[in-house]
Design a protein around this ligand. Structure first.
Ligand SMILES: [Mn+2]
Length: 358
């Protein structure tokens, strides 16, 4: 079972502590909770010990927990009895030190813990699960591929509707509807539909503006499928476009293709970023590439590893990243093209495939 090997990994990383805790309040501890246990609900506490593993949750989730987490012992989560119940587990298993991820655990939970449980110290393991989650297993790769294919095939269905006179937000709602109809659980983030000058804002939301002839329109969209995200960006031209716009489109396309060509396991995020950025700088648009080249993708839309100048670490095999250079010029417009790829030893598999240009 995948969960067993994930639990083994976290136990190894949390070696200096005798338990690893994940507090999940109103989804705050997702996706760590789901990754380790399968639990998809909004309220829980996981206790990973050297032997038995526990999940605290409330009555809304009892039967769901039995289905989703057969390997975990369910403990009813009572607000007034929680720390007593937790302490019983610590005593039973002789736990003196418990680890948490400080980036994903709220300060209030840790403070309360320290106040209520004096005999167990809390150790902080920054980003511990996010690092484990960088390398995807076969099943995760299949789910990401499916999530990406729902997004790209929905966009193909949207293509005939992208024309002069249609409002940006009509297209956004239609694309979101198509993704749900094609099997997505929910959309992964606010869909961007940015036409004309709006394209100069990398994360513009879809507005009331109507699409006009001679404009570029950028679509950034994605969905969740069985806990895994997709994130795709396409820029399309409406009829004939001015030569300046086609120049920036061709520049971004060239940069993105150079990134796709270079990406493989072992190269660093910084190296890919430099390759993409150099292509854009050579054409004189370096100052208009306003963000990093890409990011990891999985149970979160943005996760490790980052494809940016700051990440000098080699990217691991079977990590999933996006390559998404862009150019944004105020008063003129913008272009971004984003694909999702799986890194392999000698190259990569492009999950979002072909580029669209009309
Ligand atoms: Mn992205």
């Amino acid at each position: 079972m995948a969960y067993n090997s994930r639990i083994e990994k976290i136990r190894k990383e949390a070696n200096d502590a005798s338990a690893f805790l994940v507090f999940n309040h109103e989804h705050s501890g997702q996706p760590a909770t789901r990754y380790l246990s399968g639990f998809s609900g909004s309220e829980s506490v996981l206790v990973i010990t050297g032997g038995e593993n526990f999940i605290f949750t409330d009555g809304r989730y009892f039967s769901q927990t039995k289905e989703e987490c057969p390997d975990f012992t369910l403990v009813p989560l009572g607000k007034s009895t929680f720390f007593e119940d937790l302490n019983k587990i610590f005593e039973k298993f002789g736990i003196g030190k418990a680890a948490v991820d400080p980036l994903r655990t709220d300060y209030a939970s840790v403070s309360k813990f320290k106040e209520k449980i004096k005999d167990v110290s809390v150790m902080s393991l920054e980003n511990v699960l996010q690092k484990i989650r960088m390398v995807k297993d076969e099943n995760e790769l299949k789910l990401i591929e499916k999530s990406v294919s729902i997004a790209t095939s929905s966009f193909e269905e949207l293509l005939p509707h992208i024309k002069e006179g249609v409002m940006e937000k009509e297209l956004a709602r239609k694309l979101e509807f198509l993704m749900i109809e094609n099997g997505a659980k929910k959309i992964a983030f606010d869909t961007t539909v940015a036409s004309g000058e709006n394209g100069a804002k990398p994360h513009a939301r879809a507005s009331d503006k109507k699409i006009k002839k001679g404009e570029l329109v950028t679509f950034d969209f994605g969905c969740f499928y069985r806990g895994y995200a997709s994130d795709v960006t396409r820029t399309v031209a409406i009829g004939e476009i001015p030569s300046k716009l086609s120049e920036i489109y061709e520049t971004v396309k060239m940069s993105q293709e150079a990134g796709l060509k270079a990406a493989k396991a072992g190269i660093s995020g910084a190296e890919i970023d430099k390759i993409c950025r150099d292509c854009i700088s050579e054409k004189g648009y370096g100052d208009y590439f306003l963000h990093g080249t890409g990011h990891g993708l999985g149970m979160e839309v943005h996760e490790l590893p980052y494809v940016s100048a700051a990440n000098k670490e080699p990217l691991p095999e079977n990590s999933v990243i996006t390559i998404e250079p862009g150019i944004y010029i105020e008063g003129i417009g913008g272009v971004r093209i984003e694909d999702t790829i799986v890194l392999k030893k000698d190259g990569n598999a492009n999950l979002s495939g072909k580029l669209f240009k009309r």
